[in-house]
Design a protein around this ligand. Sequence first.
Ligand code: KIV
Length: 298
Amino acid sequence: MRTLDAALMSTTFQLDTSTSRATPTPKPRKRLTVPRIRDHKKDGETKEPLVMLTAYTARQAQLLDAHCDMLLVGDSLGQVIYGLDSTLPVTVEMMINHGAAVVRGSYHSVVVVDMPFGSYEASKEQAFNTASRIMAETGAAAVKLEGGEAMAETVAFLTKRGIPVMGHVGLTPQAVNVLGGYAARGRTQAEHEKIIADGQKLEQAGAFSVVVEGVVEPIAVALTKTLEVPVIGIGASAQCDGQVLVTEDMLGMFERVPRFVKRYNDIAGMIDETVASYAEEVRARSFPSEDQTYQPKK
Ligand code: KIV
């Protein structure tokens, strides 16, 4: 049995059109909580790594929910859903709309919503206003924000006021213009020490978990050993307490993916083949056939 009781069986959904809530069959187990995620790591050790994927829509959440411990409504939706160049133009409204959809589509996983660029950095009060809106309007269990030591005071302010926070250190995509690109971090001793210190400050401030992205493996291993809270890796190490990926990347929705992504399937290829069949049948007038057309009652 899995440690965090995920219902690892295929689930079907019946949509209640009046509430747009999908009723799953079989009924999934109770939703996990932030304290259960935090306490999954005991005495600095995690027996079974936590499973996290991004989700942006209700249907996607339905399909991922039973297999995951956490669903991240990442601001990566800027590139994946909206075709933007970076996460910088993503708005709080976008995060709220997609966050609410993912909460509606899931029953088991803890849903974490990213705070977008410019919505929390100015002051702890600005962060509280944004985070409380996200929590109230989506029903999510937690928010995630980027940055280490510089954000520690903000993280403490939020957690003391009832908002669970997941930190994010290492390669922080919202800081792409300061970092000069998306290359892996931590190749110098100074960077190594800074990333570890960032993680420690976030933990001391009350973060229930920390994402470490795009770092050389020894940093990810050291951070995982140092922190009491779960460290979730992306482009980091299998030794982390959990893993997160952008779902569309691992499904094979994009031909080109970063080196740290494993393409588990070729969804883009499947869509291409399927749509080619549809187009061929439409052009040949073989779709719709008798099976898909209505006839007058005899
Ligand atoms: O926005 C996102 O999807 C993320 C993860 C990839 C960690 O922050």
